[in-house]
Design a binder for this molecule. Structure first.
Ligand code: 13P
Length: 248
């Protein structure tokens, strides 16, 4: 059985003083270990200090994005190799905020995921439908297409995770119904198997979009859901720990 993954995406939030929240998560998990793997993906400015804060703990460090090239003239970008060098073990790629705000296509996301694997990182590849696509009844078609285009060929078992993040649920305080999440996850599992074979059968499918302490247990027990990608609620140790502990 693959261990679930609960990952916190701090997005463009967090200053040095907020490392105390990560330390509190690590301290709690040292006392009472979690069922899941736990990761925190801070902004790039905190990677080195976060690596130090989490050193010796069970909490994994993750990046929020990476460039597809290992190095070069790409001002402002960070490569997967640099993330690994800073102590990261995972990296989010293809988040909808990158796809929408930075014009990232499925092909670019696939190149980033391949770069992550090359650097020894586990990519968390994000997909999810917009409000308009949902309203038009296109959810499953859209997320299937995103998986087919965003998962690079040759992924190894245990090498990656997928995050299903309906765009309209992110930061909205609203989530799909449990049946909708389960239907999305079932479609994603089939797409993963179609494009990655055995690796697609076991890759954890995380749900993301307004995961909170009060809905985490219900979401995490849904079939095919193997964890959560948590935004706002990962910024405070108490909330993030409540989500981590909600795993049955
Ligand atoms: P929220 O949990 O704040 O809705 O964000 C979800 C998300 O985008 C995680 O990557």
């Amino acid at each position: 059985m693959v261990r679930p993954l609960i990952a916190g995406n701090w997005k463009m939030n967090g200053l040095g003083r907020d490392l105390a929240e990560a330390r509190a998560v690590a301290a709690s998990l040292a006392e009472t270990p979690a069922e899941s793997r736990v990761a925190i993906c801070p902004p790039a400015t905190l990677l080195a200090r976060m690596a130090e804060a989490l050193s010796g703990s069970s909490v994994l460090l993750g990046g929020q994005d990476c460039h597809a090239e290992p190095s070069g003239a790409f001002t402002g970008d960070i490569s997967a190799e640099m993330l690994a060098d800073a102590g990261a073990r995972l990296v989010i790629v293809g988040h909808s905020e990158r796809r929408a705000g930075h014009g990232e296509t499925d092909a670019m996301v696939a190149a980033k995921a391949a770069a992550a694997v090359r650097a020894g990182l586990q990519p968390i590849v994000c997909v999810g439908e917009s409000r308009a696509q949902r309203d038009a009844g296109q959810t499953l078609e859209v997320i299937r297409r995103q998986v087919a285009g965003s998962i690079p060929p040759g992924m190894a078992e245990g090498g990656f995770a997928l995050a299903y993040e309906p765009i309209w649920a992110i930061g909205a305080g609203a989530t799909p119904t449990p049946d909708e999440i389960a239907a999305g996850a079932a479609a994603l599992r089939q797409s993963l198997i179609d494009c990655a074979g055995a690796a697609g059968r076991t890759a954890p499918i995380l749900y993301g979009g307004s995961v909170k302490p009060d809905n985490a247990a219900q979401i995490l027990k849904l079939p095919e859901i193997g964890g959560a990608l948590v935004g706002g609620a990962s910024l405070k140790a108490a909330d993030f720990l409540a989500i981590i502990r909600a795993q049955a």
